[in-house]
Design a protein around this ligand. Sequence first.
Ligand code: SAM
Length: 285
Amino acid sequence: MNYRHAYHAGNFADMMKHGLLLVILRHLLRKPAGFCVLDTHSGCGLYDLDATEAQKTGEWREGIGAFYDAPTPSETAPEELTDYLSIVGSFNAPDSPANRYPGSPALIASVLRPQDRLICCELHPDDARILRRNFRDQPQVAVHERDGYGALKAFLPPRDLKRGLVLMDPPFEKTDEFDTLATAMRNARRAFPMGIVAAWYPIKHRAPVRRFHDTLRDMGLRDIVDCSLYLRQPTDPARLNGCGLTVIAPPYRFEDQARVFLNSIAPILSPDGEGYAEVTRIVEE
Ligand code: SAM
């Protein structure tokens, strides 16, 4: 386990994933009944962009940094973008340079109501320790140092809560991660039929992504939407050319909102302005 998210926090991939995550959370927040989020690969929860790790790669500068430089989005910026930027902004002091970035656990925890719950899993002992420390005062957030895939069986369906989301965001260090993810998505859906299931993946070239979606189709899963953000055409498989989020049972109007959000960030995140987004229905309801 070499991957540490502190090197990548706030990069373009985090922005796309977290903006879409917030769209889903806003939908869940519309109803008064509580919901549960299971975040299977949580990382540290909250990141210091002045820390050695973030400074070493500087990835965040071409991600959230591009938006920190222009903290007031234009009047025409869509609500999906202003909502996300305002949540990220709430982790930073108003009159000093922004240097903190919320990972998925901090972003989720920031919108929870008393009736909602968040279950976080993180396998790396150091990151799990930081994660636990970050949420020690929030009783609705449970932190487990354990395998997130194994957590599906342990925590689904959530006790007492009928609605919710399973977010899977593995580091893709293993060559069979797409297959593992597809199986995990099916297992999550079976165990929590009322839940939304979302999984992030990297795009180097298109072939592995096509196979991943074919696998989900062949498993007989229904109601799947895929969102992709490309920094450039994925012609060089040695580079990270984009990333995607595949969502099973997305909320009402998710496709429209995802398109609006991704189109608002894609040109800014792409160094040479070639960035673009695609939102595609993979399987009908
Ligand atoms: N979801 C986080 C966010 O958006 O802020 C980032 C997660 S990062 C991409 C992936 C994390 O998964 C790493 O912190 C890594 O240590 C952890 N990890 C790797 N394998 C795992 C496993 N089997 N179960 C749980 N966590 C794992």
